[in-house]
Ligand binder design. Structure first.
Ligand SMILES: *Cc1c(COP(=O)(O)O)cnc(C)c1O
Length: 458
């Protein structure tokens, strides 16, 4: 008999960080004080922190040693050139502007490319990305395939673009009103779902015909490449590294939050293949971020990014990364917890609408569920539903189809035993789901309200 081969970590642990253990009584008090918003909890009161995979990665010994070589010169830092070289080599973009994180790049890019009245189609919105598009005077238009909005649909590439939706927009507004198509790899808001290479190639052919750019939100490009390798026949013998380069080659520029895929705690960049766009970005970065050879980053951060990019493209790393997320998802399914399928790349998304069918969307089911999971075990998750979706320009709420609680996995941080604790905790909450009450919002910030909104129990 042949036994199955498990995924396992291609590393071992060299240093540990001790965690505070809390009681249910402590946690009830803490979450109430935090206005039932997991963003407002103190991190030290959290046992397993799945709030986000952003900036929460464990760096390798090679990254930590690269930090020591950081060149902190104000201008012309050697560390910038190392980062630039890594981006050009592994992603293939020509011109690079460093920024403090992804939204810094989005701000600059949106201001340069979008004119008031423009339409920016994309494969599902992302919070900061759409906000910068709107602040620049643009309007986001969702062109992701319908399957992406259905948490039970098993489509292997739920990040794909529906070309008919795009074509309808081009016919209605004209290609001159569309400065670029915003394409995310491994679509965060759809649950970490990939776009296929076949779809991206089709999109590329369409946009070339109509003279429209593709701007790549490449925050999780390596995870997307791993799914292409696993699910697209033609790519099964290609490495993640090769696939990533091919994805980038089908786009004209990018914004990157290095805090995700690139295995660091802070950093990002904007990339473009167009000299004019680069010129303007190099000018603008000085206003918002810092000189064009540091863009708000310390030299040491840029060194860590250069090493992290390379490590993120290792097939074994991605196999263990996605394997761990899948392990957690399968455990939850054994307990009948409703989750978004197929299991995505950077976390498990629990379907709060199905979990708490007795709550209306105005009673914030995902927000409530995230609070309950924290009370049960000290596991911190986050809302991805009506609170995250925010309000439209006319002041009315967006009502997203998906109402989710995100269990996001930091890279290289937690063990399989932690995964068991998490799955058992959500199973406990599931058993008493009928007793869970909704929330009412008692404080609402103007921008990106999910970060700081406060709630009370109904
Ligand atoms: C995190 C993220 C961003 C923004 O990056 P920050 O580094 O948090 O500013 C943009 N797009 C996607 C898809 C993201 O996940």
């Amino acid at each position: 008999m042949k036994h199955k081969k498990s995924w396992a970590e291609p590393y071992r642990i060299k240093m540990v960080e001790l965690l505070k253990m809390t009681s249910e009584k402590d946690r009830k008090k803490a979450i109430k004080e935090a206005g039932y918003n997991t963003f407002l909890l103190k991190a030290e009161d959290v046992y397993i922190d799945l709030l986000t995979d952003s900036g929460t990665n464990a760096m390798s010994d090679m990254q930590w040693s690269a930090l020591m070589t950081g060149d902190e010169a104000y201008a012309g830092s050697k560390s910038f050139y190392n980062m630039e070289k890594a981006i050009q080599k592994y992603y293939g973009y020509k011109y690079i502007i460093p920024t403090h994180q992804g939204r810094g790049a989005e701000n600059i890019l949106s201001k340069i490319l979008i004119k008031p009245g423009d339409i920016v189609p994309g494969n599902m919105y992302f919070t900061t990305t759409r906000l910068h598009q709107e602040l620049a005077g643009g309007t986001f238009a969702d062109i992701i395939i319908d399957e992406a909005h259905d948490p039970k649909n098993l489509h292997p590439f739920k990040g794909n673009v529906d070309l008919d939706k795009l074509d309808a927009l081009v016919k209605k507004h004209g290609s001159k009103k569309i400065p670029y198509i915003s394409i995310a790899t491994n679509v965060n808001m759809a649950g970490g779902q990939p776009i296929s290479m076949a779809n991206l190639k089709e999109l590329r052919a369409y946009t070339q015909k109509h003279g429209i750019r593709i701007i790549h939100d490449m925050t999780r490009v390596a995870e997307n490449a791993y799914f292409i390798q696993q699910r697209e026949e033609e790519y099964k013998n290609k490495s993640v590294m090769e696939i990533v380069k091919e994805i980038c080659s089908l786009t004209d520029g990018a914004t990157m939050s290095a805090k995700k895929d690139a295995l660091v705690n802070i950093g990002g960049f904007m990339a473009t293949n167009e000299w004019d766009v680069y010129e303007e970005a190099r000018n603008m970065v000085v206003v918002y971020e810092g000189l064009h050879t540091y863009g708000g980053l310390a030299g040491r951060d840029m060194e860590a990014i250069a090493v992290g990019i390379k490590e993120s493209l290792d097939d074994n790393h991605q196999h263990a990364r996605v394997g761990q997320v899948e392990y957690l998802g399968h455990k939850m399914m054994e307990f009948n917890v409703p989750i978004v399928l197929p299991i995505g790349g950077h976390g498990i998304f629990v379907d709060a609408k199905e979990f708490l069918p007795h709550l209306t969307q105005d009673q914030f089911p995902s927000q409530s569920l995230a609070a309950e999971v924290y009370i049960d075990s000290g596991v911190r998750t986050m809302e991805r539903g009506i609170v995250s979706a925010g309000r439209k320009a006319d002041g009315t709420n967006y009502y997203p189809k998906l109402e989710l609680v995100r269990f996001t996995m930091p890279r290289r941080v937690y063990t399989q035993a932690h995964m068991d604790v998490i799955a058992e905790s959500i199973a406990n909450v599931y058993d008493r789901r009928h007793k869970i009450k909704g929330l009412k919002m008692v404080y609402e910030p103007k921008y990106l309200r999910f970060f700081q909104a406060r709630f009370e129990k109904l």
